[in-house]
Design a protein around this ligand. Structure first.
Ligand code: PEP
Length: 251
């Protein structure tokens, strides 16, 4: 049986965006409501300070809001952190966990990422779980093993009953303008799909696997049609409404 998956395009604004950036959201909303209806679920993950505003202002155009990280605990003495329940309370429906920038800067382990994903599910959010290899790991021929280990460690068992999303983001492609070949993307996404179906059966066949890493208006059409690519996680090119809309329209 083939599972039909509605693609999802998520924008990761990272640490970019003030209230003034909501003008880009308004522009995107205008494009999405006047043009052809998008064939993808559209999510924007802005800084936590404007999650509520994005959720509120994006709603009429079908733009959903997401967080960029959450703590594994529901509350407590964790200065500066944000709980999944707080993001949900602000109107978020998704949250990115295990982004390579957090794995690198804060030493986040697969176990911690899994705990965050569990917390997200517990708060009613859909976690976007990021995995991806370094350039040295790819050059050494270890990319698939590295990603398989990250997946095994980062995806909670709760994915059997709840929606999770996987984002494959080769670290060397993030923010560099470089991307893997379509064959390499197909091979990695195929390997991720096999792992998901081995572990979760039919449910694993329906999990969205996003590609992320220098996805741009110029390469989106080609990459988004690769087998088992069910959408994209977009960094830099999600900051400008025009570019992000072109990527959404490439679905
Ligand atoms: C990201 O950081 O998730 C990302 C994909 O960034 P960029 O699109 O800028 O490479």
């Amino acid at each position: 049986m083939t599972t039909t998956i509605t693609p999802l395009i998520a924008g990761n604004w990272k640490m970019n965006g003030l209230r003034g950036s909501l003008d880009e959201l308004t522009a995107l909303a205008g494009m999405l409501t006047t043009g052809e209806a998008p064939r993808a679920v559209v999510v924007i993950c802005p800084p936590a300070t404007i999650v509520a505003a994005v959720a509120r202002q994006g709603a009429s155009a079908g733009i959903l809001a997401g967080g960029q990280d959450c703590h594994a605990a529901a509350s407590g003495a964790h200065t500066g952190d944000i709980a999944a329940g707080m993001l949900a309370d602000a109107g978020a429906q998704y949250v990115i966990v295990g982004h390579s920038e957090r794995r690198a800067a804060y030493g986040e382990t697969d176990e911690q990422v899994r705990a965050k994903a569990e917390a997200a599910i517990g708060a009613g959010l859909k976690p976007i779980i990021c995995v991806g290899e370094t350039e040295a790991e790819r050059d050494a021929g270890n990319a698939e093993d590295v990603v398989a280990n990250q997946l095994a460690g980062s995806i909670p068992d709760a994915a059997e009953q709840h929606e999770v999303i996987v984002a494959y983001e080769p670290i060397w492609a993030i923010g560099t303008g470089r991307t893997p070949s379509n064959d390499d993307i197909a091979q990695m996404h195929g390997s991720i799909r096999r792992q998901l179906t081995d572990r979760f059966g039919e449910k694993g066949a329906g999990v969205r696997i996003l590609y992320g890493g220098s996805l741009k208006p110029q390469n989106a059409r080609e990459i988004l049609q690769v087998e088992n690519v069910n959408g994209g996680l977009v960094g830099g090119a999600s900051l400008l409404a025009k570019d992000f809309y072109t990527i959404i329209s490439a679905v």
